[in-house]
Write a protein that binds this ligand. Structure first.
Ligand SMILES: [Zn+2]
Length: 422
């Protein structure tokens, strides 16, 4: 890994700066830096941002993109998703993860938080592409004790095999799927495992009204309260969705320092109806970040798109154009995401990991650039992303992926999708 000097970039603040990267970290940010013996990136026509952090995804589901859209959630799951994903083996998962990673890199995502199965295949895809990720085996027991034990065993083995691998770019979280698919014992034991290994937890919470009613009926508590009573909330927990929560639950998420992965596109596509109460969560001190969810329910993996939707959904649902402003939403997609996943990145500051993206500021969609943050959140699209660095490695240069053979990735994904969808 050589040193890299980025010259003349426009930062989110609108200021110009040079950025020196030594090894995997940013060593200097200044108006002008001279350095010899390093690779230079001329960023005179580019915007430099911290890489986007996608805090909730299921990368393998990309193979089911556009399969059964415009269906009600449960019908979609029962008729399309569950029967199809049963046919996915290691090979298909690897092909799906490679395609997802390729798309995420093109969109400027430098780290993602994944929950699914055959996670060895996803980890291998991350290693090959030099992507940063926090990966968790998605555990589901549906109250079956034997299944619970085997799920916990798979999750723990996956943790031992991959946590901290690839110079620390790959880390492992524990990922009980949701309160409606996991027994209380599985949820409790997942929390205990995360504590034992000082690892993160990843769980779907309060995604739908149906889930809230189900948990209320069974536990006499709402999902966030239920999760708290089982020891699931805390600074190393990412609760995905939180679309149907009360102010009290928002306060509980804030008090426990839990991160909330807001997934506006997936929620709207699946007609969840509820809206994650972002201002209340921020007010309560919760760490709000952004997730795309899987590509089967998005159907994109674009963080730029999800950030825009996050801002618009809050404004629209509250009749208030001042909420979820561009500066705040860009932080959700970068700094807050990095904090949620325990990655020392998300800011262009000396000492931070060099997970960075460069966008073409002369693109027709970004000119004129009156306000960089507004342009990024409301006007930019994935096609504007030109270069991506992860851990100081250039993984995409002028739109070309350097760590993957894109043509082959697409071909393998098409073949894998054809094998599982007949
Ligand atoms: Zn999800």
């Amino acid at each position: 890994m050589g040193n890299v000097l980025i010259k003349g970039a426009t930062l989110a603040s609108g200021k110009q700066a040079d950025v020196l990267i030594e090894g995997s970290r940013i060593s200097k940010v200044a108006g002008s830096i001279s350095a010899n013996g390093c690779e230079k990136i001329d960023a005179g026509g580019k915007i430099l941002l911290p890489g986007f952090v996608n805090t909730h995804a299921h990368s393998g589901t990309v193979l089911m993109r556009s399969l059964g859209d415009d269906m009600q959630l449960h019908e979609w799951l029962e008729r399309k998703i569950w029967p199809t994903e049963k046919k996915m083996g290691e090979k298909e998962m690897h092909a799906g993860a490679m395609l997802s990673i390729a798309q995420m890199l093109h969109g400027g995502t430098t780290c993602f938080h994944d929950m699914y199965f055959h996670m060895d295949a996803v980890a291998r895809a991350c290693a090959k592409s030099r992507m940063r990720a926090l990966l968790g085996y998605g555990m589901i027991d549906l109250g079956d004790e034997k299944k619970r034990k085997s799920e916990l065993k798979i999750a723990e083995e996956f943790f031992k095999s991959w946590n901290g691998k690839e110079e620390g770019r790959i880390r492992v979280s524990f990922a009980p799927h949701a309160p409606y698919t996991c027994s209380n014992e599985l949820l409790r034991e997942s929390a205990a495992l995360a504590k034992k290994y000082n690892a993160h937890l990843h769980i779907h919470l309060s995604e739908t009204r149906k889930e809230v009613f189900g948990v209320l009926q069974k536990e006499k508590k709402r999902p966030i309260e239920h999760a708290h009573s089982l020891g699931l909330l805390g600074e190393k927990t990412v609760a995905s969705h939180c679309a149907w929560i009360t102010k009290q639950e928002a306060a509980l998420l804030g008090r426990t320092g839990t991160s909330v992965a807001h997934c506006p596109v997936s929620n709207m596509k699946l007609a969840s109806g509820g809206t994650c109460p972002v201002p209340e969560l921020v007010g309560a001190g919760a760490n709000v970040c952004i997730g795309t969810d899987g590509a089967a329910s998005n159907d994109s993996l674009s963080m730029l798109e999800s950030m825009k939707f996050a801002a618009l959904l809050q404004k629209h649902s509250r009749w208030d154009a001042t909420v979820a402003d561009a500066h705040q939403v860009l932080s959700f997609g970068t700094k807050n995401g990095a904090r949620a996943l325990g990655v020392d990145a998300g800011e262009i500051k000396e000492g931070k990991l060099a997970d960075l993206v460069l966008l073409d500021k002369k693109s027709v969609s970004l000119v004129p650039l009156h306000n960089v943050e507004s342009a990024i959140v409301y006007a930019a699209h994935d096609g504007n992303v030109r270069d991506v660095l992860i851990d100081g490695n250039i993984v995409m240069q002028e739109g070309k992926l350097l760590t993957m053979d894109e043509e082959k990735v697409v071909e393998e994904a098409q073949k894998a999708a054809a094998r599982i969808v007949q």
